[in-house]
Design a protein around this ligand. Structure first.
Ligand code: ARG
Length: 562
């Protein structure tokens, strides 16, 4: 129920020169409650109606009536609308209780497919904080798109191809140890990689050898392929542990390697269109006119590059999904890459490239600096998650030792803390890495939302089969209205989050809702046996539903008890 729209429709019936959308955009929310819940300013109408704004307001106010409005009065040049809060609240709560998890669905997408390139860690390297960001932001965007009528396709574009595998194979063959890799794959492979760079400082043969092995890999050399496959499998099974903890799944794991034999056609096409030029031995597409550095398609030794694989992948996704949008959730450092990628596709004459959206996000910094794998300075994400889960378990043991499924709830809460920490602020903000902050369960956190939801559920449990009075009076008091207003706004925030591809819009909304709910809880005797008990329980139930659905959009689970 959209009471703003309703007021606009009322006005539209009397003012033919403005559409209801225009009226809606002119509508104000008064700062003072004595000016009503909404105010419509009449200045803009004065000229064409040849009347003073105050006279127009007077006329309008005299002609508008609706059961949802207690009074509609003119105040100078404004028409002030006072809602009949009991009636409006009841209508909103009834709608939420009827629609349940369908509440807030908006059809923006008409079923259109949206491949979301997300997570996409690099094989043989630890899963970094940046990849965590891409995973949780991408997952939330997928949920929001689904809610808005799109069909997202979550793609893990694994970094399983590139010169680094040449280096890794070289290092493994020269000084690697099979048993060690098997026992501790990611750590051991990372060590080989780090050592490779260290030794390369003094051993000039290593770099060319690495390049040679990557060439062999690209050309299908059996030994190279065999090692590569093994590194890939070991890495994937480590990554899967993290995805399982996070509760994130994918529709496709087609990584960079998949495009190995789809790149030659791309290079041919670029050549055909006369876009490929030589530059210091390498083949590039010039982007001077666009004011960007050239896009490097093929190295001097013929090895293809990251962007070449992305070109092939974009074309593949276009033919496979006929997408209405293609989203790339990748760090802001790669903005130039995605600009170049789109421009090269446009030069090829692919207008669908306009539907590609890079969704960038800020970095996770440690002491103000970027974390780098090359030097081995990484935080192991799985450890962070495990630690958070343990902390949650400790909290449960202290506060609610009787809880039935402690382990499961600890996982939901511990992981929720980490996910929400990431989604709480605008995605473009950098985040200073602090384990302590990530594991905070109080203040504006995931566990705070989960706790508020569990609290609402517990009230509803206590109220089972209450002997309430049959007459049910509505709620018109300011405290309940604060909550109802927010509940009514949920669809608007979902739509906004979808248009901006910005999960933090939902996070902030949920924090506000939880705060309103908790202050209600602290000030109102919800279970008091009076004539509004039933409506108060409806309010609690609707709040629980919206909190749960909102958390689901972020990728957080909502335990009933904690
Ligand atoms: N593997 C890359 C990295 O870790 C991210 C890949 C992003 N996706 C893409 N289509 N380029 O930096």
């Amino acid at each position: 129920m959209n009471y703003q729209l309703l007021a606009a429709e009322q006005i539209e019936a009397h003012i033919s020169s403005l559409s209801k959308e225009e009226i809606l955009s002119l509508m104000e929310i008064p700062k003072l409650s004595e000016h009503g819940d909404m105010a419509f300013p009449c200045f803009r109408l004065a000229k064409e109606l040849r009347k003073s704004p105050a006279a127009i307001a007077e006329d309008l106010a005299g002609n508008l009536h609706h059961e949802l409005f207690q009074t509609i009065v003119a105040a100078g040049p404004y028409v002030n609308f006072f809602l009949n809060k009991c009636v409006v609240s009841h209508a909103i709560l009834t709608q939420i209780l009827e629609e349940k998890d369908q509440y807030g669905n908006v059809n923006l997408g008409a079923g259109g497919k949206v491949p979301i390139d997300m997570s996409s860690p690099n094989i043989a390297k630890p899963f970094s904080m940046g990849h965590l960001r891409s995973t949780v932001i991408g997952n939330s965007i997928a949920n929001i798109l689904t809610k808005c009528g799109y069909t997202p396709v979550k793609i893990n574009h694994l970094g399983d191809w590139g010169t680094q595998f040449g280096k890794l194979i070289t290092a493994y063959k020269a000084w690697g140890d099979e048993e060690k890799v098997k026992a501790n794959p990611i750590a051991e492979l990372l060590k080989l990689y780090v050592d490779f760079h260290e030794r390369a400082d003094t051993d000039p043969d290593l770099i060319p050898q690495g390049r040679e092995w990557f060439k062999k890999l690209e050309n299908g050399n059996e030994e190279a392929l065999h090692l590569w496959k093994w590194f890939r499998e070991e890495s994937l099974s480590e990554f899967n542990k993290i995805y399982q903890l996070l509760g994130v799944s994918f529709d496709s794991f087609l990584g960079e390697a998949f495009y190995n034999d789809r790149m030659e056609p791309v290079v041919d096409l670029l050549e055909e269109k006369g876009l490929l030029v030589e530059d210091e031995g390498a083949m590039v597409v010039k982007l001077d006119e666009e004011g960007l550095p050239p896009s490097l398609i093929k190295k001097s030794d013929g090895a293809t590059l990251y962007v070449t694989r992305d070109l092939a992948a974009a074309m593949y996704r276009n033919t496979t999904y006929d997408f209405s949008k293609a989203v790339y959730v990748v760090g802001n450092e790669q903005s130039l890459h995605f600009k170049q990628l789109k421009l090269v596709l446009k030069k090829l004459g692919f207008d669908w490239a306009d539907q590609m959206v890079h969704v960038p996000f800020g970095m996770i910094l440690k002491d103000g600096k970027k974390m780098s794998t090359r030097k081995g300075k990484v935080v192991l994400l799985e450890k962070v998650l495990q630690e958070s889960i343990q902390l949650a378990e400790k909290n449960i043991l202290a506060k609610n030792p009787e809880l039935n499924n402690k382990e499961e709830v600890a996982r939901q809460v511990g992981v929720g803390a980490v996910i929400f920490h990431d989604l709480r602020n605008d995605r473009m903000n950098n985040i200073e890495f602090s384990l302590e902050d990530m594991l905070k369960f109080e203040g504006e956190t995931g566990p705070y939302l989960q706790y508020t939801h569990a609290r609402a559920c517990s009230i509803l449990r206590k109220a089972e089969n209450p002997e309430w009075e049959t007459q049910d009076a509505g709620l018109g008091d300011p405290m309940s209205w604060e909550i109802v207003k927010q509940l009514a706004d949920f669809p608007k925030y979902i739509e906004r989050a979808c248009l901006k591809l910005e999960p933090s819009i939902i996070s902030k909304y949920l924090i506000d809702l939880a705060q309103a709910f908790n202050s209600y809880y602290g000030n109102v005797r919800i279970l008091e046996q009076d004539s509004s008990l039933k409506e108060r329980l409806n309010l609690v139930c609707a709040s629980a539903l919206v909190l749960k659905e909102g958390m689901k959009l972020l990728g957080l689970e909502a335990p009933m008890e904690m």
